[in-house]
Write a protein that binds this ligand. Structure first.
Ligand SMILES: Nc1ncnc2c1ncn2[C@@H]1O[C@H](COP(=O)(O)OP(=O)(O)OP(=O)(O)O)[C@@H](O)[C@H]1O
Length: 254
């Protein structure tokens, strides 16, 4: 899906991202990990075309990302930023309807397929009983599902999410990641998601890409990340791997 070549981005004369070669989005769920300031949001901002690289090329299915019309990009890539705007006076259903913007006909006409996409997204994300509630009257976890429903209604094959679990408790974080994995399996979406929690990442990712100081320090399957050496290299601390029957080990700070 995405192919990056010799991509760099700097701020104030300092390289914050430098990637020689990277293909992303061919797996169901790709998790991007890395310490604070490692370049995760910068990378996702480039993929979502919220920002442009200083050097290098980014292609989406062989086409230069920079050349795509905004509407075409939105039909292919749906992006949920880390800081979501505060929404006042909209119901969850109305929020989900906003996801249809790249598909609306001339003069913004609302068609049957738009209704179907919205209702499908509501059902798939489990927000049916919330659909007529005001967004500001939902809990953090419920609201996050509403935003993901909006993303799904956009009907793009690639979903980019920047720390969608950041404000959620453990149970709701699990729920959101399980939902994203289900969407990748059953709705054929390619999910690229930034997380901080190593254990959440290894549990739900098909592939993990970890950044360190703006470069790719690890790229592989979850079980390969779970080595004390790899984790020390990424985060600079010692971690212990607790074995679990029938599951990948659980990483804890030693
Ligand atoms: N607009 C900007 N101006 C100056 N520096 C910036 C800007 N945006 C990002 N940076 C710097 O670039 C580096 C990478 O930032 P980025 O937000 O991509 O990291 P991150 O891995 O997403 O971090 P976090 O886990 O804290 O969200 C950081 O050192 C940050 O301070």
């Amino acid at each position: 899906m995405f192919r990056l070549e010799q991509v760099s981005r700097s701020h104030d004369g300092r390289d914050v991202l430098r990637i020689d070669q990277l293909a992303l989005g061919n797996e169901g769920v790709t998790v991007i990990l890395g310490h604070n300031g490692s370049g995760k949001t910068t990378l996702m901002g480039l993929l979502a075309r919220q920002d442009r690289p200083d050097t290098g090329r980014i292609a989406l299915e062989g086409e230069p990302l920079a050349a795509l019309r905004q509407r075409d990009l939105a039909r292919r890539v749906a992006f949920l930023p880390q800081r979501l705007p505060t929404v006042h006076g909209l119901t969850v259903r109305e929020l989900v309807r906003l996801g249809r913007f790249p598909w609306r006909g001339a003069l913004g006409a609302w068609r049957e397929e738009d209704h179907v996409a919205v209702e499908n997204a509501i059902v798939r994300t489990g927000v049916t009983t919330l659909a007529d509630r005001l967004v500001e009257e939902t809990s953090g976890g419920e609201r996050q599902r509403g935003w993901i429903a909006m993303l799904l209604a956009q009907d793009a094959p690639v979903l980019l999410l920047d720390e969608p679990t950041a404000a959620l408790d453990l149970a709701h974080a699990f729920e959101v990641m399980a939902l994203l994995r289900t969407l990748s399996r059953e709705a054929d979406r390619r999910v690229i998601v930034i997380l901080h929690d190593i254990n959440l990442a290894t549990r739900f990712a098909d592939r993990i890409v970890a950044l360190k100081g703006g470069t790719i320090a690890f790229d592989g399957p979850p079980d390969a990340l779970l080595s004390a050496d790899v984790l020390r290299g990424l985060y600079g601390i010692d971690m212990t791997l607790l074995p679990r029957a029938g599951a990948l080990p659980h990483a804890v700070v030693a």
